[in-house]
Design a protein around this ligand. Structure first.
Ligand code: RUQ
Ligand code: CUA
Length: 763
């Protein structure tokens, strides 16, 4: 069939060649003219264009902002690869729809309230020795103080932890150099434990805090029991970072509104924005987390909602907490790759301030403090611990680092620019304009101890006039900038149609080792074996009073079982395992008007539970275009009305009768198909296909299909022996279905081998 198709395509293109050649002759100069492109544009295109099948050098995980999700895209192509559902349901992936993922989302309930969205800000990659290792990803929820853990083996959210004491946060997620802890700092002050106090008691009763979530890498989960927090003043903590190298063991959190202003525009008082930016300085918090972990382990904590909190007084007495002034309404606290400096942008100051860790440490060790804050926290003398201040422009926010030593990039919100400078010397080197109002920026592995340089992405808040208008809400704009040369070069604008992407993290592609398929019967939401998985042949329907549980399988192109009878009012659960082995051979599952959607990737088991409270005949079907007979991948849920006496048998009757002629015709087709399959198999076996893991998986799948074909063929032959042309023809058809699937996989393998330069090996 395929070869016929290929031949006719070839013939058609031969016939059409004469007319096609006119437009095909358009050359590069013609295209440039027609589209108004410059040489510079062409160069940018050549640097980003990725031909079909090409791969990106880096993979970016971008916050999806208010969508509660994460976007994954490639650099330099800027092609979107995936949305990872984190705090928000995502129907395609079944997240928030299957029973398993509902449990993950339910971990994110706060004080009993179900919250199905999140305001994600800062993703962080797990690190080993300060470098991203490609194993895990963390992200925070500012609106509802939570942190999620995503496994990068399958890009699935596996855990959500709720902060036990905060009511709002922002300084997360930032990881320590070996991902010992995931840092989450408060944003708007509150009563710790989410309690009440009048605003008139703000200074005494309201507090900030920072939580150090203990990460258990072996389990791939945050260990809530071993996590702790430190009580902080109500200074509106903002962004955080962990020290590394010489500053490993310490963390840094900036703040704004150290004025502790409480607003009240409705009482004729100036609004928050005025009161919170009245002073010239706020505070950089310097915290010894390693020592704090010991203090917490020693039990010098109070329990709030069952969680260990080191009181501010203890933090001061134990020498865990120090403050340094920072100008003015700062944003961003970014530790340099070598851990020697911390750079803070002053939103309302034109400088970035480069603090020297060596000087900070010396002052702390010598107990040289300029003063104390109202809570008794020692304040270091800013002048004494500054390395440099670099005048960059209006609204400096966040800083990222290059692979070249001493080179940093800071976003300038008001100027809509990126500044490149030497922070060792305090010299501005270059500036580039972006469109418009950049927030964060990101270089490749730019958070790590060894940034990869090469590219920078400007995460812009407004797109304004950059793209085709799509209504009052515009997409956001991620702009790719080449940073390999002395001058930054803008390469590409990517409209982002999801949430407000605050921050992103990039990793070299070769560090990611995602799964091709799940081990048979995996609950993908936990990564563990599902107790509900069954193998083909052992599918079953279990009936208990008021309850029907289906243990089924899905494989191209049918579900087993196909007909499920229940009584009105029964609780029905479908546990379905995808028994495919081929890469990307995903099925979906939905029961019309009742429930959906499951995403069943190869090897995965997922479950759908609902109450069959409305009688009727309801189809269920596969929601993923998985094969030529995808539309036929269907079944019926028969919800029998209450009190129905006449139990109609579930046994299906055939509407069409088949004769011996039908049987013979199908039989012959099958034998012909087998000849084609044999030739493909022969080709594959003649190559070094075992050198390609993707192909090995596909070949396993094809072998499965051929075994199934064999079983159906035996049934066909049995029926023929009995002269049962009805059953014989139906089974011959099923046999052929399996052949087609095997052939489909075989051709995928053949193409893959040809494209990847497989070699012929001697037999
Ligand atoms: S924020 S634009 Cu990271 Cu939430 Cu700075
Ligand atoms: Cu399985 Cu469509």
């Amino acid at each position: 069939m395929r070869s016929i198709l290929k031949t006719s395509v070839a013939v058609a293109s031969l016939v059409g060649w004469g007319t096609l050649s006119v437009s095909a002759a358009e050359n590069l100069a013609d295209v440039m003219k027609r589209r108004g492109l410059s040489q510079k544009d062409l160069l940018a295109a050549a640097k980003t264009y990725t031909p079909t099948g090409g791969r990106d050098e880096f993979v970016v995980f971008s916050s999806g902002g208010q969508s509660g999700q994460i976007m994954v895209y490639g650099v330099p192509s800027m092609r979107l690869l995936k949305y990872i559902a984190v705090f928000t349901p995502e129907p395609w992936q079944g997240f928030g729809f299957d029973d398993e993922s509902k449990k993950i989302l339910d971990q994110g309930k706060i004080d009993g309230r179900e919250i199905r969205w999140g305001d994600t800000h800062h993703p962080a990659l797990s690190e080993t020795n300060g470098k991203p290792d490609g194993e895990f990803l963390f992200i925070n929820d500012k609106a509802n103080p939570r942190v999620a853990v995503v496994s990068l083996h399958d890009f699935e959210t596996q855990q959500i932890v709720v902060n036990p004491i905060l009511q709002s946060e922002h300084g997360g997620t930032f990881v320590t150099p070996n991902s010992e802890y995931v840092i989450e700092a408060a944003q708007y002050p509150g009563v710790l434990g989410r309690g009440y106090a009048p605003l008139s008691e703000f200074n005494d009763k309201f507090r900030g805090a920072v939580t150090y979530w203990k990460f258990d890498r072996a389990k791939g989960r945050i260990d809530v029991e071993k996590s702790f927090s430190i009580e902080l003043p109500p200074y509106t903590q903002d962004l955080a970072d962990a020290g590394k190298g010489p500053s490993d063991g310490w963390s840094f959190i900036n703040s704004f509104c150290a004025e502790r202003y409480v607003g009240g525009i409705e009482q004729g008082r100036p609004p928050f924005e005025a009161g919170c930016s009245a002073n010239d300085a706020d505070y950089l918090h310097v915290i010894n987390w390693k020592k704090a972990a010991e203090v917490a382990a020693a039990g010098k904590t109070t329990k709030i909602n069952g969680h260990d909190v080191i009181p501010m007084k203890t933090a001061i007495d134990e020498g865990l907490l120090f403050l340094i002034a920072e100008p003015k309404s700062p944003h961003g606290a970014d530790v340099t790759p070598d851990g020697k400096y911390i750079i803070v942008g002053g939103k309302l100051d034109t400088n970035v301030t480069v603090y020297s860790w060596e000087k900070i440490k010396a002052a702390i060790d010598a107990k040289q403090f300029a003063s104390k804050d109202p809570y008794g926290i020692p304040i270091l003398d800013m002048k004494q611990v500054i390395h440099k201040q670099v005048q960059l422009g209006l609204g400096p926010l966040h800083t990222q680092y290059d692979s070249k030593p001493c080179i940093a990039y800071t976003s300038l919100y008001v100027d809509s620019q990126v500044a490149k400078y030497d922070y060792c010397e305090g010299k501005v080197l270059d500036k580039i304009s972006v469109h418009y109002n950049i927030g964060h920026l990101m270089t490749m592995e730019g958070d790590s101890a060894a940034p990869a340089g090469k590219y920078l992405v400007a995460l812009n808040k407004l797109a304004i006039d950059r793209f085709n208008p799509v209504g009052p809400l515009h997409p956001q704009n991620h702009q790719l900038i080449d940073i390999t040369g002395d001058k930054m070069e803008l390469l590409y604008d990517m409209p982002v149609p999801l949430g407000e992407p605050h921050y992103a993290a990039a990793i070299a592609t070769d560090k990611l080792k995602p799964l091709i398929r799940y081990k048979y019967g995996t609950d993908s939401r936990t990564g563990l074996d599902s107790p509900f998985a069954v193998r083909p042949g052992s599918e079953k329907i279990v009936r208990e009073p008021g309850k029907v549980t289906v243990f089924g399988t899905a494989i191209r192109s049918h579900f087993t079982p196909e007909i499920v009878e229940v009584n009105e009012g029964d609780e029905v659960t479908f546990h379905i395992t995808n028994s495919e082995r081929a890469e990307d051979e995903t099925h979906g599952f939905a029961v019309s008007t009742y429930a959906g959607n499951l995403s069943l990737e190869p090897g995965k088991t997922a479950s759908l539970t609902f109450k069959a409270d409305r009688p009727g005949a309801f189809s269920f079907y596969c929601t993923e275009f998985c094969s030529a007979l995808h539309l036929e991948m269907e079944g019926y849920l028969m919800v029998k009305p209450k009190g129905l006496v006449d139990q109609v048998s579930a046994k299906a009757t055939d509407a069409v009768t088949y004769t011996k002629a039908d049987f013979d015709k199908q039989y012959k087709t099958n034998l012909d198909t087998q000849t084609v399959i044999d030739s493909v198999v022969k080709y594959i076996m003649s190559t070094n296909y075992k050198d390609f893991p993707t192909v090995v998986a596909l070949v396993e799948d094809a072998v499965d299909q051929l075994n199934f074909a064999k079983e159906s063929r035996d049934k066909t032959d049995d029926a023929a022996k009995k002269g049962d042309w009805q059953q014989g023809t139906l089974w011959a058809n099923q046999w052929w279905q399996y052949q087609v699937k095997a052939a489909d996989i075989g051709l995928r393998v053949k193409t893959y081998l040809e494209e990847h330069g497989a070699k012929t090996v001697a037999k």
